[in-house]
Design a protein around this ligand. Structure first.
Ligand code: PMV
Length: 332
């Protein structure tokens, strides 16, 4: 028997990083997904193949006297990506008290570890496919909770934002509370002229979370006021979204980017992309996700093509993706 589950990537519109410290965030799923296929084995082993995770960093050395090259990969990044599958199977097994040896195959429609929530999508899709193969039904709330546990087990810390959107899909406001996350659907389908730009990441999400944590312990009051300011931007953005006020949304994106920059999570390349987009006519732009490279978004109604060119000139790559409201699902 073979089961495929898929889960969407995401863009954080407002509130990343601050959401790790209890502030609300606004996030949307996109139409790029991760697919996890799980097949029963006749033994107890776990075999994972992930042939297209778009992880950069392969080195081939051709020796003069040898025909085949020596192949080296960026092993820690590959290992981190694979850990979500391994922990996913392990924790899903613990959740239902059953276990089976399986072959797992992963396919991704987007670059992994670039701020598009691929680790959450991978965690959620793995747990969903594995539980379904074992004949275990799971409610969406519990799947989101399990996905979050998997992310925390691999990364050390994570907010419930990415796993909530990977599981439920749509445009959501996620607020972490003591009793579990509050997940509210925002009644807006599309945001006109949203452009995504991508550049390779220099650092992992786990490392960026550690840096922000350490900044916060060195300067607790200063960092707490930045987090609170981000929280206020989220509230203002939700109101702007609901009344379709794109000019205010753009301005709020710019403020949010400035605050993320003050947390030290942006990079020169990301800033170049963010500013070039604004000069090309975007109403606002910001990094999205953990930062350290990865993705940025620009609100560019009727200026999409100029903004995409500006992103390319700044050394990035525009990604063709749009908002979507399809959450995790079992494929036919
Ligand atoms: O870059 P990503 O896709 O891993 O997103 C991280 C978002 C953070 O807010 C920085 C962390 C989190 O767990 O919410």
């Amino acid at each position: 028997m073979k089961i495929t589950a898929s889960a969407p990537g995401k863009i954080a519109l407002f509130g990343e990083h601050a959401v790790v410290y209890g502030k609300p965030a606004i996030v949307s799923s996109i139409d790029k997904r991760i697919y996890v296929t799980i097949e029963e084995r006749s033994d107890d082993d776990l075999k994972i193949s992930a042939m297209d995770l778009h992880i950069p960093g392969i080195i081939l050395t051709y020796r003069k006297d040898q025909q085949l090259p020596k192949v080296e990969t960026n092993f820690s990044r590959v290992e981190e990506a694979i850990s979500y599958v391994q922990k996913g199977v392990y924790l899903a097994s613990e959740y239902c008290g059953k276990r089976k040896g399986v072959n797992v195959e992963v396919r991704s429609e987007m670059p992994v570890g670039a701020g598009l929530g691929t680790s959450a999508a991978l965690s959620v899709a793995t747990a969903y496919a594995y539980l379904t193969l074992l004949g275990v039904e799971i409610k969406r709330e519990s799947l989101a909770e399990l996905g979050h546990k998997i992310e925390v087990a691999v990364q050390g810390s994570a907010s419930p934002m990415d796993t909530a959107v990977a599981c439920f899909g749509g445009l959501l406001q996620v607020t972490p509370l003591q009793t579990g996350p509050s997940i509210e659907r925002i009644g807006v389908n599309q945001i006109p002229g949203l452009v995504i730009g991508y550049t390779a990441r220099e650092t992992t999400t786990a490392e960026l979370l550690k840096r922000v944590r350490s900044l916060r312990s060195s300067f607790p009051e200063a960092v707490e006021s930045i987090m609170s300011a981000i929280g206020s931007i989220v509230s203002a953005s939700r109101r702007a979204l609901e009344r379709g006020d794109l000019a205010s949304l753009g301005e709020l994106m710019n403020i949010n980017h400035g605050l993320l920059e003050s947390l030290g999570v942006s990079t020169k390349r990301l800033n170049d992309m963010v500013y070039s987009a604004r000069y090309a006519g975007a109403l606002g732009s910001k990094l999205t996700g953990a930062g350290g490279g990865g993705c940025m978004i620009a609100l560019s109604p009727s200026k999409e093509s100029a903004v995409k060119t500006a992103i390319q000139v700044a050394g990035g790559m525009p990604l063709a993706a749009s908002l979507s409201d399809i959450g995790a699902k079992i494929e036919d």
